[in-house]
Design a protein around this ligand. Sequence first.
Ligand code: PLP
Length: 400
Amino acid sequence: MAMTLEEAEALDARDPLRDFATEFDLPEGVIYLDGNSLGPPPRRALVKIHRCVDDEWREGLIRSWNDAGWIDLPQRAGAKIARLIGAAPDEVLVCDSVSVNLFKLAAALLKRRKGQSLAVEADEFPTDQHVAEGLTRLIDAPLLRLAAGERPPTGVGVLIKSHVHYKTAEIVDMDAEEEAARASGVDIIWDLSHSAGLVGVDVGKARARFAVGCGYKFLNGGPGAPAFVYVARAEADALLQPLSGWMGHAAPFAFRGDYEPAAGVLRFASGTPPILSMTALDAALDLFDGVDIRLVEKKARALGSLFLRQTESLGLLPLASPARRGGHVCLKSDNGYAVMQALIARGVIGDFRAPNLMRFGFSPLYLSYADVWRAAAILSDILFTDEWKKPVYERRGKVT
Ligand SMILES: Cc1ncc(COP(=O)(O)O)c(C=O)c1O
């Protein structure tokens, strides 16, 4: 049965995370259900970027590599992410994009697995599949596409796998997958893009050794924020990644021609870090100081459940109903693109995933139960009044 607005507001009054909303700079009148794609700006990140530009870049100039500590920013930000995924502070590095980090990590792992396959699920996020395809083509290694949830057969050396699926939002049991992988000698590279900052991840407890993830979704690092790479300490020094640039060298400022990898995960660095965007991410990460991620995960699920409950009677089928759901839900509709455009015009911002999915993300640090209630009411109104049928909502931009 649907909830009343008063009931939703009562949930807000009891919400231990309710005060975090003031940390974000969201436009008036917008209910933002796309933090699973691009997180909104935390106020502290906006302040820090300006300071970085004005004081560190304009005044400090090149001195800021030392004076403002730019040179160690990839590790400092990495240590903040490590806390969120159960890694040790020196096991995570912020660098490059998820795609590039997948490439480096999968290449380093396949190198010690001569003749074995790289496996990826056929409904995995496209870039994970594309990188796997490009890498195996380059090094002439076999590529295996698995069905959703299928365990890798004999002969697979490395598996790329999302922890939270980008469409179904299903949370995979990392402990169980790692145990099975250990038994069959497979290295799993976890894609934590939809997990970091939203669901409880404990790579240490699961004995997971390799992961990558995104900085611009639930970590709110800004558009195109750099990604992260996690490599367990016991593994890092045995791995050689192919984009062996000077920032991953043991002594970059010795300017030697021969490559000597830095110790630990730092060897996964390649070129000069993008300081402005990394600064935004680094400041955004401070928001998570002292936050209990289990509360965040619980609220994300509760917000998603409320949305499903409020929209149940609208005839839009949820894509899936996983037992453990991450931060978004997808509703199927053949008119999904136009309906989403109509929603956006009314200030409810979600996204559309071809061919027929409307995706709504529930980022718990700035969304209230009342927001979700209102978003569902607006969706219902758009469907009942046929507002979505206006031709203007059929027009497609490059990004959906
Ligand atoms: C699961 C997953 N992996 C990777 C990416 C994107 O990776 P990149 O940072 O290379 O753009 C996304 C983007 O939405 C994603 O959802």
